[in-house]
Each structure stands twice: as structure tokens, then as C-alpha cells.
Ligand binder design. Structure first.
Ligand code: B12
Ligand code: SF4
Length: 482
């Protein structure tokens, strides 16, 4: 990489997953960095999925910035974050460590207790991080910065809350310094962007209620158009994924977005709720370049959907059935995700989910399906209930970092993650095991099909061990190619 002067801060996006090859744009750090750069700060970026794990060390050793800020979700990314902070504390004790992103925002107090973390930024980081870096370089008067947790003489200090940024003030996240990552994602067909932040719904497992306080803020449409055009002029990409929490609950807006993206000549994808799928919305989207989206089915049990997770679908599972049928009759390729091991879920209800998955697969053979182990994310309502019901909860950052969607105390649920993946996600196997390598995973796919048919989810230890090993090797190969 070219020589650069790094005075102020380094922003890092660690790999979020041990087994996902996704390399979408790390908007989390680019928004924050763009705001800091705009304020005149010297910022550099590392996305470890592209740069590898040594790059952070090289930059820190060479340039010694005042601050290192790392973005983290709960789970594996947090493990990687702690690894980075450990290196900083072992080798550069005077560099301040800042944790930002979803996990720190949900559990700021617990995180700042950790010796490796000097500051936690809660919620949107644009203004907070800029002010924090200026104070680290200046008079170190941290008490006046809204939106942080920090330590003063060993005591935890919680500053006042930072109000939301107005959507019109979200910075344009691409800068000269981080442009190369936008290019890499665009070339991989994985350019991510947002047209809104937050969601008005109240699903009891979702981070939104705490993080976005049920506010759904839409980017002014002319700003969205301008920014997409700028990116498109720069990279001439063909595919865009809108990672909004909720893109579809306003049909007028959805129509505008669809028509606009089509006018730019883009194919695109996004996430949608079942009750926002109508003949009208699907026709507009399919006719205007949308070719895939994600939809959270969560469960085949009416009780769990309504009473446990409060998905707020007016007609319950019937809304999902309608959505599946409507999407099946369109060219859009959907991905449906389920959760298992939801608090109070019975064996019968888990089977209902599997039966529902079979029905979806039969109704729409182009659909992809995935089962994930319910992970009680901190701060959500279901988290507190899970706790009351005796779920063993992590009690510090290190333990949270070991939480994942593919493992839990419940072995059956963990097995289902792998078995359903092998049964329903052949396209992913194609990416991980191209050409002749496909033969490595094929026997496990066949076994997974048999297990699924008989609903036989037990005694999977050896198979799972080998599958995990194969996945790990595949990911290493993919990473070496970048
Ligand atoms: C894209 C995405 C991914 C991508 C990774 C990102 C990428 N660039 O490739 C992929 C697909 C790999 C991914 C994986 C996972 N994801 Co994800 N992902 C998202 C998604 C849809 C968008 C993230 C994004 O870019 N947001 C836009 C940015 C601007 O928002 P932001 O990250 O919150 O950043 C702001 C602040 O948090 C803060 N900030 C962020 N980082 C930093 C750093 C510093 C230093 C500072 C100061 C501030 C700061 O400032 C930013 C600007 O205001 C979010 C939902 C959402 N809409 O945010 C879920 C989300 C973050 N993912 C989530 C989860 C759970 C996961 C998984 C663990 C499981 C899953 N559901 O797939 C996996 C991990 C891998 C695995 N298999 O185990 C949860 C997080 C919950 C939690 N407790 O952490 C979310 C919120 C979805 C949800 N509704 O539950 N994910
Ligand atoms: S609809 Fe989706 S984003 Fe909105 S609260 Fe529910 S799970 Fe979260």
C-alpha cells in the first residue's frame, strides 16, 4: 500500500464471520470516517476482509495514531475486535481504543468495564467519534461529548445521550481515503448502501428497539439519488444491495427507489417484511431490476410468531404464505430465514418450522432457506425473558464474543443450522467449493438431505466437525484470492 501519514485515527472493520465470504461495503466505519475527514481529521481505514490481519499492526507500528476505532456486532466480530485491542494495549498503550457499532451500543457499560476498551460510542458515530478524536488530541475533556461511555480514574462515566443525526446530515461515506474499498466491493458485485436507518416495528429479538428507538429515518430522496449516481459514475457497478433495516413499508417510496435504480441501469436487492409483499410491490420491484431479497420468516409456529417474537404480521403465518406465493410467481430470488431454539419453542413447533420450510421450497424452488440459532442479543426484550427462563447468558465482552448464530447450548439447533444450510444453500456450496472441489462437500449434502427427510438431527458431532473444517479451509482459499 502507498505511504500515508496517519496522525489522528485508524478505523477498522474486522471480519464479521468465520464462515461467510460476504465482502459488502463496510459502511459502518466509512460513515464515521467520512464525517471525521470532513472535520479535517487525518483518518485511515482497514477492512480486514480485504487487508488481512497484519495490516492493522503495520499501520499502528509505523504511524502510531492517537486513536483506533473498531466496529463490532455481537459474536465473532467482537472476538476479532478484542484481538486487535489486545495488540494495541500490549504494544501501544498510549493509543486510545474506541469500540463502536451494534454490540457496544447495546451493552456500553459492560463493554467499557473491559480493560482493553477506553471508550464506547453508543449509536451513530459520525459526530461522536469526530469530537472524541479532537478531545484526545486536545484538552481531553471527555465529559462534554454526548454518546460515550468512558472511564475516569477507574470509574465508569456515562455521558448524556447523543440525539439522532438528521437524515439530511448523513455524510456521503465515500472519500479519497476509503474509495478503494468501495471499488473492491463493487467489483465483487457486493456494493452495499442504505436509503434509510431504523424501522418502526417492534420485533422482540431485534436490536432496533434499543438502537434506533423504533424511529425510521428516510434519506431525502434527492440526496439518495445524488449519492448513488456519484458512486455509479465512479465505479460503473451493475449490482447494488440496499441494507436498510426496512426498505418496503412505504409503497410510494419503494416505487421511487425501484424506478430510480432501474433508470441508472442497476440490478438490486434488499430486505422486506412479509406484509409489505403485495402484487403491487413485487410487480414494481421485479419490473425495475430487483432480483433478490431477504425475508425473515422466523418460524412456522403461529404462537411463537405472535406471542413470543411479536412480529406484528396482521394475519400471522398466512401473511408469509401469501408473500411466498406472490414471490414464487415473480422472477425474484428470495432468501428466507428461520430462527430455531427461540425461548419456549417446543419440539413440535420446531418441526412446524421445518415443515413450513419444505412447503416454501416446494412452492418456490428458486428460494434459498436458512435456519439460524436464536441468539439472545443484549438489550432486546426477548433477551431479558430468555434470561428469566434460564438461558445461560454471557456476562462479559469475552463471553459475548463467543456467541454465534451457528452454535448454542442446544445441540439440535446447532445441527439444524448446518443440515439446513447443506440442504437449501447449494449456491453457497458452489462458491465455497467450485469445480471439482464440489465433491468434497457433496457427501455431506446427501447425508443432510436424508437427515432432513427423517427429521433426524441427532449424533452429528463427527459430520459437523468435518464440515466446519472444510468450511474453514474454503474460506482461507477465498481470502487468499483477494
Ligand atoms: C450488512 C450487514 C452484515 C454483513 C456485514 C457487513 C458488511 N459490510 O459486509 C454480513 C452479511 C456479513 C453480516 C453478518 C452478520 N450480521 Co449483520 N448486518 C448487516 C446490516 C444489514 C447492515 C450493516 C450496515 O452497514 N449498517 C449501516 C451502518 C452505517 O450502520 P452501523 O453499522 O450501525 O454503524 C453506525 C453506528 O453503529 C456507529 N458505528 C459503527 N461502527 C463504528 C465504529 C466506531 C469506531 C464508531 C465510533 C462508531 C461506529 O456509527 C455508524 C454510523 O452512524 C445490519 C442491519 C443494519 N441495517 O444496520 C445487520 C446487523 C448489524 N447484523 C447483525 C447480525 C446479528 C449479523 C450476524 C451476527 C448474524 C446475521 N443476522 O447474519 C452475522 C455475522 C456473521 C455470522 N454469520 O455469524 C445484527 C447485529 C445484532 C448485534 N447484536 O450485533 C444487525 C443489526 C441485523 C439485525 N437486525 O439483527 N451483517
Ligand atoms: S421488521 Fe425487521 S428490522 Fe424491523 S424490528 Fe422487526 S426484525 Fe427488526
Amino acid at each position: 500500500m502507498e505511504n500515508q501519514i496517519l496522525n489522528d485515527a485508524l478505523l477498522v472493520y474486522p471480519n464479521p464471520s468465520q464462515d461467510s465470504p460476504v465482502k459488502g461495503t463496510a459502511l459502518s466505519i466509512f460513515y464515521v470516517g467520512a464525517a471525521a475527514e470532513k472535520a479535517g481529521l487525518e483518518i485511515d481505514y482497514v477492512d480486514e476482509r480485504f487487508d488481512g490481519k497484519e495490516r492493522v499492526k503495520e499501520l499502528l507500528d509505523q504511524y502510531k495514531p492517537a486513536v483506533i476505532g473498531v466496529s463490532s456486532m455481537t459474536g465473532y466480530q467482537l472476538q476479532e475486535t478484542l484481538r486487535i485491542f489486545q495488540y494495541v494495549k500490549d504494544n501501544h498503550r498510549n493509543i486510545k481504543t474506541v469500540l463502536g457499532g451494534v454490540h457496544g451500543s447495546l451493552l456500553p457499560e459492560e463493554c467499557v468495564k473491559e480493560d482493553l476498551i477506553d471508550f464506547v460510542v453508543v449509536g451513530e458515530g459520525e459526530e461522536t467519534f469526530t469530537e472524541l478524536v479532537l478531545e484526545v488530541k486536545g484538552s481531553e475533556d471527555y465529559g462534554k461529548i454526548p454518546g460515550i461511555y468512558w472511564k475516569k480514574n477507574g470509574k465508569i462515566v456515562k455521558n448524556e445521550e447523543r440525539p439522532f443525526l438528521s437524515a439530511k446530515d448523513w455524510p456521503f461515506p465515500m472519500t479519497e481515503k476509503n474509495k478503494k474499498y468501495f471499488r473492491l466491493s463493487a467489483e465483487a458485485g457486493e456494493l452495499f448502501y442504505l436509503s434509510s436507518r431504523g424501522c418502526p416495528y417492534r420485533c422482540r429479538f431485534c436490536y432496533n428497539i434499543i438502537f434506533n428507538r423504533r424511529k425510521w429515518r428516510l434519506m431525502p430522496f434527492d440526496k439518495f439519488q445524488r449519492e448513488i449516481r456519484t458512486l455509479h459514475d465512479e465505479f460503473k457497478f451493475k449490482y447494488l444491495f440496499l441494507n436498510d433495516d426496512n426498505v418496503g413499508s412505504n409503497i410510494k417510496r419503494l416505487r421511487e427507489i425501484s424506478l430510480f435504480l432501474n433508470s441508472v441501469g442497476l440490478k438490486w436487492g434488499s430486505c422486506i417484511r412479509a406484509n409489505d409483499v403485495t402484487r403491487e410491490s413485487i410487480t414494481i420491484m421485479a419490473a425495475n431490476g430487483c432480483d433478490r431479497f431477504l425475508l425473515g420468516v422466523e418460524t412456522g409456529s403461529e404462537r411463537i410468531l405472535r406471542d413470543v417474537i411479536c412480529k406484528d404480521l396482521p394475519n400471522g403465518i398466512q401473511d408469509v404464505r401469501n408473500a411466498v406465493e406472490t414471490i414464487a410467481s415473480s422472477p425474484i430470488k428470495p432468501t428466507y430465514s428461520f430462527m430455531c431454539n427461540i425461548p419456549t419453542e417446543t419440539e413440535v413447533e420446531l418441526k412446524q418450522s421445518m415443515d413450513f420450510a419444505d412447503w416454501i421450497h416446494k412452492t418456490d424452488p428458486k428460494a434459498r432457506l436458512g435456519f439460524y440459532v436464536y441468539a439472545p442479543y443484549p438489550g432486546t426484550q426477548l433477551f431479558y425473558e430468555s434470561q428469566k427462563m434460564g438461558y445461560k447468558m454471557p456476562s462479559n465482552v469475552q463471553e459475548w464474543s463467543r456467541m454465534s448464530l451457528s452454535n448454542s447450548e442446544n445441540l439440535i439447533a446447532e445441527n439444524l443450522y448446518y443440515i439446513s444450510g447443506l440442504k437449501f444453500r447449494g449456491d453457497i456450496s458452489n462458491v465455497k467449493f467450485p469445480g471439482i472441489r464440489r465433491l468434497q462437500i457433496l457427501p455431506f449434502e446427501l447425508l443432510a438431505n436424508i437427515r432432513w427427510s427423517f427429521r433426524f438431527l441427532k449424533y452429528y458431532t463427527l459430520e459437523k466437525y468435518l464440515i466446519k473444517w472444510l468450511y474453514r479451509k474454503a474460506l482461507e482459499r477465498i481470502q487468499q484470492k483477494v
